[in-house]
Design a protein around this ligand. Structure first.
Ligand SMILES: Cc1cc2nc3c(=O)[nH]c(=O)nc-3n(C[C@H](O)[C@H](O)[C@H](O)COP(=O)(O)O)c2cc1C
Length: 323
């Protein structure tokens, strides 16, 4: 490391830039392509992938999970785990695989993950958090940007955590505007995200600051970025309400039953080509069914039929018969 921040591909992004959030079992290569074809975000993330698993004999299954195509660019690989040495090795491999950046998950609130001392638990284990950041930066060797996604604190807002992170020459810091204790049960606190942005201005002006939480439209994201002077806006669950969310003028509200069924069929076809039943269960598609098969007469009854399908072939036949 030469002491400078390597923002790489991130330097060329528009301001504010829009990011499709990492969502486990959701933002795989298939859904990223579907969203990209509807209206592309400026930046994509993979689902989080465990470095200790990636450096174990079971790695092939995990490598498959982070596969991507040239359509989903720029794409950041998000990693998590416990062992700094595995972060170092994984970072080297991710650079070779062609990812545009590496993000460290320091926000996931899941009970088992936290019990293991990973993700949001690192807010309370700063020594290990720093080891992980430095090992990843060394592995990335300045070839791609290294970033962190975290929350406002563990049990309460704790800005000493963000101050520490901002001293680590990160390319980007994403703040989900809740604490670990909040889980997803209270509204995201954008004024508190703005406080981290003020710290950023003072401590690390080159680190890009991205806000995250409850954004449901591009217009809302633009307004929040302007109000709080943020570089980027990350959107997670909002995409479930509108797959065209990143468009300047989303056509989703007026799309017909046929258009919605066709979009779901495109998703299912790509899913069938990408994942065999063993890699991802057909039931994974049910959460997408709720996204597409909505807002037309009879949608509820169709969802019930579609969600009972036992194979992608059966589901595609049902979709074709009902369009
Ligand atoms: C189903 C699901 C899976 C998620 N998986 C991840 C993940 O793998 N990595 C991560 O950093 N955050 C993950 N998150 C959190 C989101 O990235 C985001 O921070 C959170 O949903 C708040 O943003 P939103 O209100 O726009 O959804 C997940 C959220 C959901 C709903």
């Amino acid at each position: 490391m030469d002491g400078n921040i390597h923002n790489g591909i991130l330097s060329g992004l528009p301001r504010p830039f829009f990011v499709l959030a990492p969502m486990d079992d959701v933002t795989d290569t298939v859904f990223r392509r579907i969203v990209g074809r509807c209206a592309a975000p400026d930046l994509y993330f993979t689902e989080f992938v465990n470095v200790d698993g990636l450096q174990s004999p079971g790695r092939e299954r995990l490598v498959k999970r982070i596969q991507f195509t040239p359509e989903e660019q720029p794409l950041i690989a998000q990693i998590w785990g416990k062992n700094p040495e595995n972060f170092y090795k994984t970072a080297q491999e991710l650079v070779e695989m062609g990812f545009a950046g590496i993000d460290l998950n320091m926000g996931c609130p899941d009970k088992t993950v936290v019990k293991n001392g990973c993700c949001s638990a690192l807010i309370n284990n700063r020594e290990l958090a720093l080891e992980i950041i430095h090992a990843t930066q060394e592995g990335a060797a300045g070839k791609v940007p290294v970033s962190v996604k975290t929350r406002l604190g563990f049990n309460q807002n704790d800005y000493t955590w963000h101050e520490l992170l901002l001293q680590q020459k990160l390319s980007m810091l994403t703040i989900h505007g809740r604490t670990r204790k909040d889980m997803s049960e209270v509204p995201a606190r954008w004024d508190d995200i703005a406080h981290v942005r003020e710290l950023r201005d003072r401590i690390a002006p080159e680190t890009l600051l991205v806000g995250n939480g409850d954004v449901e439209s591009r217009a809302q994201g633009l307004a929040l970025a302007e109000k709080h002077k943020l570089d980027g806006i990350m959107v997670g669950r909002g995409i479930f309400k509108d797959p065209y969310l990143f468009a300047e003028h989303s056509p989703w509200a007026t799309q017909t039953k046929q258009e919605r069924i066709d979009l779901y069929a495109a998703h299912v076809r790509m899913f069938a080509e990408t994942w065999t039943n063993k890699d991802r269960r057909v039931a994974t598609l049910n959460k997408f069914c709720k996204v597409y098969i909505n807002h037309f007469d009879g949608a509820k009854e169709l969802r019930e039929q579609f969600m009972n399908a036992q194979s992608t072939d059966e589901l595609l036949n049902l979709l074709a018969a009902n369009r």
